[in-house]
Design a protein around this ligand. Structure first.
Ligand SMILES: [Zn+2]
Length: 204
């Protein structure tokens, strides 16, 4: 297993994108950061972008990555072209996206950075939610945060699916958790917190 470095970029919407690099190249989790910002800290080529879900704040800079392989849930197509579904209206703007991407499959493993990134579908916050696991690092998008869970009152949300997705994360083997907003967390911390969220979701 090669040593990977993970660099967090937080944008004006307080959304985290993560640059993951070995000594030769990088991949990006979510496209909330401009290529210009990345170049300030890393000269390595970006070979792929993995989208956790197609909400506006997570993909606001996606047009910077033309020519790079973009991976997303097959149902992202339905979200990107709809300003209500992609939540741009939540940010007082109306924005739609049209681009080609490579649809991922649940459980799929993709070779990157001399390692493998594993796709885990995690609907609930949106119907196109995906978590990505690489070398013990879980990128949870807006499914799970350090001390919160994703909103499930948005136009493509589903509370039952969010419950299942959190249950899946609880059973997953990882060490570090990198959410789409806020600070990083750990599996150890989340082993205590997720059962509380599952009880919360039964009531609320
Ligand atoms: Zn979101």
């Amino acid at each position: 297993m090669s040593a990977l470095t993970i660099t967090k970029f937080t944008n004006a919407y307080e959304q985290n994108s993560y640059l993951i690099s070995n000594d030769k190249e990088s991949i990006l989790i979510d496209a909330g950061v401009s290529i210009e910002e990345i170049k300030k800290v890393s000269p390595l080529p970006i070979v792929a972008v993995f989208i956790t879900h197609f909400h506006f704040d997570h993909v606001v800079q996606i047009n910077d990555y033309k020519g790079v392989k973009i991976y997303a849930h097959p149902r992202s197509k339905e979200i990107m072209s709809d300003a209500e579904k992609n939540a741009s209206t939540q940010f007082n703007t109306v924005k739609t996206f049209s681009l080609d991407f490579i649809p991922v499959a649940n459980g799929q493993q993709i070779d990157v950075l001399n390692s493998k990134i594993t796709v885990m579908f995690s609907p609930g916050h949106t119907f196109d939610g995906v978590c990505y696991l690489i070398d013990n690092n879980l990128f949870s998008g807006d499914t799970l945060f350090k001390k919160a869970i994703g909103r499930y009152d948005l136009s493509t949300s589903n509370k039952q699916e969010l419950t299942k997705s959190l249950q899946n994360i609880l059973n997953m083997d990882y060490v570090n958790l990198y959410p789409g907003h806020g600070e990083a967390s750990t599996n150890i911390e989340q082993q205590n917190l997720i059962p509380k969220w599952l009880r919360y979701l039964k009531i609320y």
